[in-house]
Ligand binder design. Sequence first.
Ligand code: SAJ
Length: 422
Amino acid sequence: MSFETISVIGLGYIGLPTAAMFASRKKKVIGIDVNQHAVDTINQGKIHIVEPDLDMIVSAAVSEGYLKASTTPEAADAFLIAVPTPFLPCEEGEVPAPDLSYIEAASKAIATVLKKGDLVILESTSPVGATEQMAAWLAEARSDLTFPQTHGDNADVNVAHCPERVLPGHVVRELIENDRVIGGMSARCSERSVELYKTFVLGECVVTNARTAEMAKLTENSSRDVQIAFANELSIICDKLDINVWELIALANRHPRVNILQPGPGVGGHCIAVDPWFIVSKTPKEAQIIHTARKVNDGKPEWVINKVKLAITEFLQANPDKTAKEVTVACYGLAFKPDIDDLRESPAMLITQKIAEMHSGRVIAVEPNIESIPEKLKHVELVDFDISAKEADVHVMLVDHQEFTKYKVTQGLIVDSKGVWK
Ligand code: SAJ
């Protein structure tokens, strides 16, 4: 049976590009989201997120009638769930636990329109066991249908976990080209999922089971987190030993089997700083390195803030006629990584916010990828580089945007968390 109508639940950074990909291959796609603004924007052929090339694909898909968005689920042959899996709130120092309530709500919503022969895929990054849990919610809501946890290959509805692995900023290309991990709850579930993704995926669709697919995604991002933590720890050690960490890493990386990543002000975004916790919360005793890496990376913004405090003190000692109120601090970059405008879970935002709270003088920020200062930083002025270069006494480099590598700061003290002005 082929997939004529595909429904994507959650039209965010992953769901919308995925929906657009299917629609661009002339499949009828129904995108579901609880956000009315997102639904209205998409139905006008526009997009509510920033991602290169996506606007053109969505605009064409909507005008040709292949893609429409709605707030209520409709019948389809395949359902892809791409909703957030954040943490549950917890006290400082506690291990955060995943919040599956969005998956639960999405499963219960689609359960009402499920029919025999349908395929349900969980794409959201999830803790191990989430796909089985989702299948249990579906079965609970629809006792008239059979599911793979009880009927294996003969189930009425097939269920799989196929995690997304695309890099923000390159989503359209990576959706098509990347290999795809397909974790079916039965062999038949995997087979059907491969058939679905082959609609637009040119990469290989590699088959495994649902639990391994869940763990594969968490492992990829934890591996990167651990490697970045190693670089961040090196930067703290080198600072103590008066060694330039950037030079050190460049030298060590000349070894044919060494490839150290780059230190920075911390790890941001909604994936690498989140996913390792899904492993730690499930296996707290065993996940020692993964847990420590999280703590090292989460501790880095505070370390940078302390460096800024020291620089302000040093500036005041060298300029005894000035008070802290007269010291201007400039922060370079607010995004969570270079050359994007995404400020979510950004260590640079957190550091700038904390500097603005602790410092009695002027705090300015240079962020070439945004038009206005976010509400959280309402006491911080957004300025151009030529102003900050002239007017700041302490320059804090937080994100190595391409623009910043072209300029040099020639006066004031520098706290460089990215080695741009090393
Ligand atoms: N970072 C460093 N040093 C480095 C590399 C990155 O400090 O050497 C920082 C970045 O500045 C940023 C954070 O790490 O704050 C994360 O950036 P990233 O580029 O490593 O990753 P994301 O979050 O944009 O995307 C990741 C990707 N995962 C991997 O590379 C293993 C992507 O493929 C996933 O699809 C995505 O997470 C996701 O959605 O899970």
